[in-house]
Design a protein around this ligand. Structure first.
Ligand code: URA
Length: 424
């Protein structure tokens, strides 16, 4: 077997065998196959796609490239949750304590920020003292005692994905559906949960821009789950505007706390109720109706927020210490009209420029900065009314750059649903 024949085969649009994929990934990890050869193969995959069977094999090979988390020390059904990433997405901060308050066991490994989208680990770490690096024993102990824990992915979890992702990032090959599916599912399967709920974001603030691609990605991931004996449910949800109002780490923690206290913006609250209901139904083997009742009750009676406090304290965090910058600038609209569209990824990019995200792996995040929207898509506003508040610290912003993120028009252009569909 040799890598040039494998690249040629994929270039001609043919299907690779499990043995060929295994040879390729193992060779890449041990250095026998070079970066430029893998880059060429990744581009051929991007252009010629993979069958579902090839994608399943690739996922399995990636999954076996490193450690798997052994959650056999947790006796109940374990539910994981994944979001493909978007701007202002703080659902995990709310969902883990919410479902744990309902009696579901939710161990989760999260990532740090990627590009213009923030990462859950960075959001939790905006809480002073919060520890995301727990040992496997500490993680399991917390899951057993609290019901939920969120930790950073361990170093040797799917090393093949780390290597492949770094190459994809710099070779224009991130946006391949089988490559995205195998990357996400290998990590989810390695994390050891029994059932997985995936929030697949679609829109101008997400990796996946249209519904057809989202449907195909969802069906590939559900099938990979079936092949590995895991129930996977995917929700296709809108990301044509930031989720909730807050973007930026401390601001997002504050907004998550509002939702946990049964308040907060309607879209993030509604989404958390949909995803939470599915997680509780799958985790407790009860109907969606019963699960929904439980979720609403735990938001209403304060136990979701209490569970959040317990989880944060267990991981060393001090909520009193959460800092949001007091340098606040109000940015106003230059004309009256409906908010027709919002350049979601550009708002995420502006928060990154303010210091709220990283450009290099070792950059230190400023959790105190960010943006809070005063308007959402479809709202009508008058000239000089506020579009956003910007929380700045060490870096300045261009007001015009922010104003240009909002298209104000005579028509709202209609609104997208928050949840498009469910694939299972
Ligand atoms: N998230 C991942 O983990 N992998 C991808 O390829 C894309 C999004």
């Amino acid at each position: 077997m040799n890598i040039v024949d494998i690249i040629n085969k994929k270039r001609m649009g043919e299907e690779l065998t499990k043995e060929e994929l295994e040879y390729t990934i193992k060779g890449f990890i041990n250095g026998d196959i070079k970066d430029y050869q893998i880059s060429s193969l990744l581009m051929a995959i991007c252009l010629n796609d993979m069958t579902d069977e090839e994608t399943s094999y690739l996922t399995e090979i990636m999954l076996n490239s490193g450690d798997k988390v052994d959650l056999s020390g947790v006796s109940k059904i374990k539910i994981d949750k994944h979001s493909t990433g978007g701007v202002g997405d703080k659902t995990t901060l709310i969902l883990l304590p919410l479902v744990a308050a309902c009696g579901v066991v939710a161990p989760k490994m999260s990532g740090r920020g990627l590009g213009f989208t923030g990462g859950t680990v960075d959001k939790f770490e905006a809480i002073p003292g919060f520890k995301s690096e727990l040992s496997e024993e500490e993680f399991i102990k917390q899951v057993n005692e609290v019901g939920a824990a969120d930790i950073a992915q361990t170093a040797n979890l799917v090393p093949a994905d780390k290597l492949l992702y770094a190459l994809r990032d710099v070779t224009g090959t991130v946006e391949s559906l089988p490559l995205i599916a195998s990357s996400i599912m290998s990590k989810k399967l390695a994390s050891g949960a029994d059932k997985i709920v995936i929030d697949l974001k679609v829109g101008n603030g997400a990796l996946i821009k249209n519904l057809d691609d989202a449907r195909r990605l969802a069906s590939i991931m559900v099938n990979i789950g079936k092949y590995h004996g895991k129930e996977v449910v995917c929700f296709l949800t809108d990301m044509n505007q930031p989720l909730g109002n807050a973007i930026g780490n401390s601001l997002e923690v504050k907004e998550a706390i509002e939702v946990l206290n049964n308040e907060g913006p309607k879209d993030i609250r509604d989404l958390v109720i949909v995803l939470g209901t599915a997680m509780v139904s799958m985790g407790l083997n009860i109907s969606m109706k019963e699960a929904n009742k439980l979720v609403l009750e735990k938001l209403r009676d304060g136990s979701a927020y209490k569970k959040f406090e317990e989880m944060v304290k267990y991981q060393g965090g001090n909520l009193e210490g959460l800092v949001i910058s007091d340098k606040v600038i109000s940015i106003k609209s230059q004309k009256s009209g409906f908010v027709r569209s919002i350049k979601t990824n550009e708002l995420g990019e502006i928060v990154r420029k303010l210091g709220g995200g990283r450009y290099e792996k070792n950059d230190v995040i400023d959790p105190t900065v960010g943006i809070v929207l005063s308007v959402k898509k479809g709202d009508y506003l008058l000239e000089d009314e506020e579009l956003v508040k910007v929380y700045i610290n060490k870096k300045d912003i261009s007001a015009q750059e922010i104003i240009d993120c909002f298209e104000i028009d005579d028509s709202s252009g209609g609104l997208n649903p928050l949840v498009y569909e469910m694939v299972k």
